[in-house]
Design a protein around this ligand. Structure first.
Ligand SMILES: NC(=O)c1ccc[n+]([C@@H]2O[C@H](COP(=O)([O-])OP(=O)(O)OC[C@H]3O[C@@H](n4cnc5c(N)ncnc54)[C@H](O)[C@@H]3O)[C@@H](O)[C@H]2O)c1
Length: 254
């Protein structure tokens, strides 16, 4: 990935933690100026600081991806500060309520998860695409999940949001293929991050069950997703669009 992003600007939503932080660091290592977007200022600042300490360039934009005004502003600010936008990783997301069946799911939880995990990805793409069309191209990667390809019991809104991200990715890929904009999705298996750690810590047997579902016999690490996202974002993937790439230790191969 050395120097793949030299002279480029990459925006990462949910860049303040987990997969988003790991990807911000990989983009920066490849030479990109990184726009870290998060609603958690502390986490976002930490990521930006890590990049700067390693000799890179980064800025933090405080934004909630479920709000149209915030998504418009994050792209405008990115362009104001760094002059362009080449790569965008729409990754901010929240976990579903776990072990709550469809008929017991609350409307409040449904709306919250769909508004961040699905609407947030669409809003992000909407303003990124407007900018990329002006520049004549770009590369977008969205975070779906293995739960965007197969169902997981007890988390219907999460499963629905991630299946929809996979569909949205294909729709946008078709629409903008002729405009030099590639749009792909990454589908992680279970990755140890601040999103999943509380589940492993509090739900009896959850970690062992999760490990057992991955043929490689372990959980994934954030940097393993970051490497795939960086490849999809890079010119090395110039003929790849509309793809939902699993990085899941074999989870959906079964
Ligand atoms: N960890 C896993 O096992 C796993 C598996 C498959 C998919 N994913 C997906 O990967 C993405 C990243 O997850 P993670 O595990 O790194 O989680 P994480 O909780 O470590 O990081 C998510 C980041 O997104 C930010 N965020 C949440 N809602 C936001 C909003 N409305 N606006 C702006 N920022 C917001 C959080 O503040 C946090 O910094 C999510 O979309 C998640 O659904 C995770």
């Amino acid at each position: 990935m050395a120097n793949d992003f030299e002279g480029k600007v990459a925006l990462v939503t949910g860049g303040g933690s987990g997969i988003g932080r790991a990807t911000s660091l990989v983009y920066a290592k490849g030479g990109a100026k990184v726009v870290v977007v998060d609603r958690d200022v502390e986490g976002g600042e930490e990521t930006a600081q890590l990049i700067k300490e390693a000799g890179g360039e980064a800025t933090l934009i405080h934004a909630d991806v479920s709000q149209a005004g915030d998504c418009q502003r994050m792209v405008e600010q990115a362009v104001l500060q760094f002059g362009r936008l080449d790569c965008a990783f729409n990754n901010a997301g929240v976990g579903g309520r776990d072990r709550v069946m469809t008929a017991e799911y609350s409307e409040e939880d449904w709306d919250r998860i769909i508004s961040i995990n699905l609407k947030g990805v669409w809003l992000g793409m909407k303003y990124q695409i407007i900018q990329m069309l002006e520049q004549g191209g770009g590369a977008i990667v969205n975070t779906a999940s293995v739960a965007g390809l197969v169902a997981i019991r007890g988390t219907c809104a999460y499963v629905a949001s991630k299946h929809a991200v996979a569909g949205l990715t294909k729709a946008a890929a078709l629409e903008y293929a002729q405009s030099g904009i590639r749009v792909n999705a990454v589908c992680p298996g279970y990755i140890r991050t601040p999103l999943t750690q509380p589940l492993f810590d509090t739900m009896e047997g959850f970690e062992d069950q999760a490990v057992a579902r991955h043929p490689l016999g372990r959980l994934g690490e954030p940097h393993e997703i970051a490497e795939a996202v960086a490849w999809l974002s890079s010119d090395a993937a110039s003929f790849v669009t509309g793809h939902t790439m699993t990085v899941d230790g074999g989870y959906v191969a079964q």
